[in-house]
Design a protein around this ligand. Sequence first.
Ligand code: HEM
Length: 577
Amino acid sequence: MPSQSRGVSVVDPFKLGVLGNRPGRPGLWAGAASGAASIYPGRSLLTAAAHMAWLVFYGGLAALLLAAAWTVRTLNWALWQPRRLERILRSQGLKGSSYRPIRGDVKDIVKHNEEAWSKPMPSLSHAIFPRVTSFLSRAVETHGKENKVTFHWMGSVPRVLIADPDQAREILANKTGEIGRGKINYMIGYLLRGVLSHDGEKWAKHRKILNPAFHIEKLKRMLPAFSSCWDELVDRWEKMAETGKEVDIWVDLQSFTGDVISRTAFGSNFEEGRKIFQLHDEQSLIVIGSLIMDLLIVNSLPFVYIYIIYRYLPTRTNTRVEAIDKEVRDILLRIIRKREESMKSSDAKSDDLLGLLLESNLQHGREQGNAGLTTDEVVEECKLFYLAGQETTALLLTWTMVVLSMHQDWQERARQEVLRVFGKEKPTYDGLSHLKTVTMILYEVLRLYPPTLGFQRRVLKSVKIGGVVYPPGVMLLLSVIRMHHDPDYWGKDVEEFKPERFAEGVYKASKKNAFFPFGGGHRVCIGQNFSLLEVKLTLCSILQRFSFELSPAYIHAPHIVLALKPQHGAPIRLRRL
Ligand code: HEM
């Protein structure tokens, strides 16, 4: 701070012209000086005025510096950094679109997807890559057909599409902290928390505590829960089949898998679980709507900053999302506290995911001598079961029924196998290992219609992959759909439904083992056994009771809204056997 002794000798703000009139002159300055005198009683008017001048000068200087820093930051974000990253990528031989400030390729992505999604697939074909991610399909054709690696721009961030299985595995195996999950959009953050959103030690701790709950021996104990959900669905479908009504299986199977998660996660608190599922569903719709809004807003540049502020205002959408978040949290807290109480008073082993998670958490605390997950963290993991497990499994079931409706010969082969193994009896866990045809069919459906089309990572520190050094700030998109539909790995018949390609298992089905429906490496899907068990049991029960075909109203139009969905639903005709 300037003092009386320093006076105005260091820098004279008046010489610099920052403050206008010198003291003693009439005008604005005189008013300020008399105000200053009342703040600094006992000092001379001139000293107090000089003090005020310094305050104003430094305040102005600070404001200028802040504005300069903000300008530099914005220019770096919008221009310098993207241009620098583009130069680094191109200098190493990578091809991609040229950077266009701030919006990057977002406008083209929206435009190409809208165009592709405005009409159905030309036939009941499985060649879905160009329709589902039209922009990426064109980008691959234009830039990177040979090297399987090409880049485009998500706003000002370069995103490298990786479609080489070896490079994908290298990225998935990276544990050195050079590659991480990266930032999550604030709205997605409402849905996507828990283990899926963490990195490093936090991730390792959460994953370690969660793992035992998904062990296959524990999953076997959940079979009765699966089967009660199935009984409800089958009753409904039998009635529909009798009246000859068509069923939109996409709608029904979403409720079914929601029920399965509610029962398998919360056991006796199933009804409260159902309520969470409904709230989660509403929240997902709002979040998806807001993401679409994000994309559209990035297209109308002048509104970007207004929109960023708007996100934090108490609008109806924002308030509702927060209210749902609180309600779900309150329900889960009640369930968890009740469960913790009953665990204290009884030694009975748990059969549901929550109970298993709480047991594992306690054991972790005992063995490691440090605290396990907090109650809030347990709440986040429970919410994640719905996001990660419900819709993906419903999609696998839906696409399987759609594809088996298109390929009646395979539907019949699968049915014969199920009847041979189980007859008309309820499917059992042990019997499932004898289902070779059903397993091959599910893998082939996961190849052609992977519910998760790809997943992203962010480069945190420079890292070399496939001979290219990626600097921090680059996003990596591991494109599952691209690898699953690439003739170089699967052969010329890549777009044909041929379950027999999995006859000798997953590894021998393609060159370079290009099969990633559940991800890979240490972050491979924790729920894949859970999901495959649920899908196999359900499919067996369906095949035992019904034959099915596509309704004439069915429109083949796979598209992507977070996951690979049937754009116009999946109306199916069921016939009781
Ligand atoms: C067909 C069904 C499913 C598919 C296709 C699927 C797909 C995936 C994929 C691709 C990943 C890796 C994402 C990444 O590396 O960024 C993943 C992770 C995960 N999945 Fe699944 N999933 C399915 C079912 C389930 C189920 C039923 C649950 C739980 C109830 C579940 C829970 C999780 C969790 C917690 C992770 C994060 C693992 C981690 O980061 O350590 N998933 N899933």
